[in-house]
Design a binder for this molecule. Structure first.
Ligand SMILES: Nc1ncnc2c1ncn2[C@@H]1O[C@H](COP(=O)(O)OP(=O)(O)OP(=O)(O)O)[C@@H](O)[C@H]1O
Length: 588
């Protein structure tokens, strides 16, 4: 313990209770500064929020010594001055509409100093150029990434069932099927997204094309969210893990310009596992999610760390990755069963600090859960049901956001609850990356992933460009940022055709088509039963009124789906009967 002057002496008259001041006799300001609110609580310091505010009022020197470490802390190069931030309790730190005060009137142009030909000016100029070159991101962008066949799949002589047409942003799935007479055939499904990346596209290309525009978004006072969805082993982590570093490199470059001299980058990282939230930068500390008086959801006590370099960020990412939990399931031994969320915040350095932009990267849990329902114990089943619930809720929220719906069902899961702040607001932008495996053995899961992604964006009417949902007129397009920066318009793509996920049957005789329709119906029924079982398993975990209400509404949605499927089958059968009659009449 250091012999520096006790914090108590500097905090006399700050309004802190005598008991707290007495406890502070043991600590210096730098020591306190190096700890989080949670650490203070562990040290027995009462009322940490008041303490934090009192510390803000005194001229707190930079932390030179981080001695009383209670929890694992990434060490070298860390800026600890903002470790004390508690997103959950201080309103100054989270604003519904991000605060661009001080930036609002500034155009991103070179100052005379920046125009001077020295290294600093050149870096600043590069930052200006980079920001100006980033187009505004569309409101919701859905892309698909196919991974290559892996060694194991090649050894098993599995075929590649995916064909990508990147120019047309189309993906074709050649699904191997068996007819009722046991002959084999291929059913071809066509999907179209905002972008389709084949196995030759590397992480750099993916970042530049799909994710980098989000960096521009956050420097213009917006919020960016990028998440990866897909079955276990489809490449979510491979895709997501380099993105934060690449984004941070661009952020640091942009921050070289004078306009952002007073802005610094901060990161937090947490995991949602079984509906509970764990801090990945604070020894997997369990965190509570609460709604504050202004109905804003806060992750209380989440540790946020100032990041001054890519090296430090790399260390933090490694630390978080190691802390992320994996479980063993019947579906995959190394399956990741949690959602991990890494969140960047751009803050001003003045007091109180203001957030000017937020960027979140989410590596979702594996989307496949059917196998868990049968193969594993109750705990695993419950986890699977929780994951299903959150993925369903996520889809519904994005669909509602894209449709500018008045009610967004954020309360549907913990995941959507904590993401609410990232999704809402006129300058919120989302990129969904659907990862798919190419092997024939994964065909069913691949189709499920593509249908999920397709549903996320299906409600955009033909004629509406990405980011301009529902074919709304130009006046309803995302507004210009307040800072005067004029972004390039989102890249125009020809209007999306109506939903194309419905299987296109190969030209086979009418009788076989009818049988195939029957088989498809059986498969849909089985999927619905599995879904119902998941809902029930989930209900099993608790008997709260909210859960029962959710169960009823989920089940009711499922039943509606079943009814629609039955009606569709009846229509198809009727059409087949007509065709058969016509054929028989023409023969007679
Ligand atoms: N585009 C790609 N190019 C080359 N290899 C890839 C690609 N995508 C994934 N892989 C490889 O495939 C394997 C599985 O990828 P990854 O771990 O990212 O899957 P995941 O979807 O995150 O799975 P989980 O849900 O279990 O975490 C890894 O060995 C990874 O290196």
């Amino acid at each position: 313990m250091t012999q520096a002057p006790p914090a108590a002496a500097l905090l006399q008259g700050s309004g802190l209770p005598p008991a707290t001041l007495q406890a502070l006799e043991k600590y210096s300001l730098p020591q306190l500064q190096a700890l989080s609110l949670a650490d203070w609580q562990q040290l027995g310091l009462r009322d940490p929020i008041r303490l934090y505010r009192a510390l803000r009022e005194v001229n707190v020197p930079q932390a030179a010594d981080c001695s009383p470490q209670l929890t694992p802390q990434p060490s070298s190069g860390l800026r600890t001055d903002d470790d004390l931030v508690d997103l959950g309790d201080d309103d100054d730190f989270l604003t519904q509409d991000l605060d661009l005060e001080g930036f609002a009137d500034q155009a991103f142009t070179l100052s005379p100093a920046q125009a001077a030909p020295d290294a600093t000016a050149a870096a600043a100029a590069a930052g200006v150029h980079l920001l100006n070159s980033l187009p505004d991101a569309p409101k919701i962008r859905v892309i698909v990434r196919k991974r290559p066949l892996n060694k194991k799949e090649l050894e098993k002589c599995e075929t590649d069932v995916l064909e990508c047409d990147s120019l047309a942003a189309c993906l074709y799935v050649n699904e191997p099927k068996t007819k009722v007479d046991l002959t084999k055939y291929i059913e071809r499904h066509t999907f179209r997204f905002d972008d389709v990346f084949d196995e030759n596209v590397d992480n750099t290309q993916l970042y530049n094309q799909a994710v980098q525009p989000l960096v521009g978004t956050i420097f213009r006072g917006g919020k960016g969210t990028c998440f990866a969805y897909g079955q276990t082993g489809s490449g979510k982590t491979y895709t997501m893990s380099p993105l934060p570093l690449r984004a941070a490199a661009d952020m640091f470059a942009i921050m070289q310009q004078e306009t952002f001299a007073n802005v610094s980058l901060h990161v937090s990282c947490y995991e949602i596992y079984g509906g509970k939230v764990y801090d990945l930068l604070n020894g997997r500390k369990k965190l509570e999610v609460r709604e504050d008086g202004r109905k804003r959801v806060q992750v209380v006590g989440l540790r946020e760390v100032g990041v001054g370099s890519l090296e430090v960020l790399q260390q933090l990412c490694d630390h978080a990755a190691a802390a992320r939990s994996t479980g063993s399931t019947g579906a995959n031994d190394e399956s990741s069963r949690s959602h991990s969320i890494l969140c960047f915040a751009l803050r001003t350095n003045n007091e109180p600090p203001k957030i000017i932009g937020k960027l979140s990267f989410i590596d979702l849990a594996g989307s496949e859960r059917g196998a868990d329902t049968y193969d594993n114990d109750k705990q695993t089943r419950l986890e699977g049901a929780e994951i299903n619930k959150s993925l369903l809720a996520l889809k519904e929220c994005i669909r509602a956001l894209d449709a500018d719906a008045r009610h967004i069902p954020f309360r549907g899961s913990k995941l959507t609850e904590v993401l609410r702040d990232s999704f809402v607001g006129k300058n919120a932008r989302t990129v969904m990356i659907a990862n798919v495996s190419p092997n024939s053995g994964s065909c069913e899961h691949t189709l499920n992933t593509l249908r999920y992604a397709d549903r996320v964006k299906e409600i955009r009417k033909p004629g509406s460009a990405p980011g301009n949902p529902g074919g709304a007129p130009a006046a309803a397009a995302p507004p210009q940022p307040a800072n005067g920066f004029a972004p390039e318009p989102p890249q125009a793509r020809e209007p999306l055709p109506p939903r194309q996920a419905a299987p296109q049957p190969a030209p086979v005789p009418v009788g076989q088509q009818a049988a195939a329709a029957g088989v498809q119906h059986i498969e849909e029924c089985m999927a619905a039963v599995r879904e119902e079982m998941n809902l029930l398993a989930n209900l099993d975990g608790s008997s709260g009124g909210g859960d029962i209400e959710r169960y009823c509404s989920d089940l009711s949605a499922l039943l509606a789906q079943k009814q629609a499927s039955l009606s569709q089958l009846q229509l198809r059968l009727h059409a087949f009967q007509q065709l058969m009659r016509t054929a028989m009449n023409s023969r007679a």
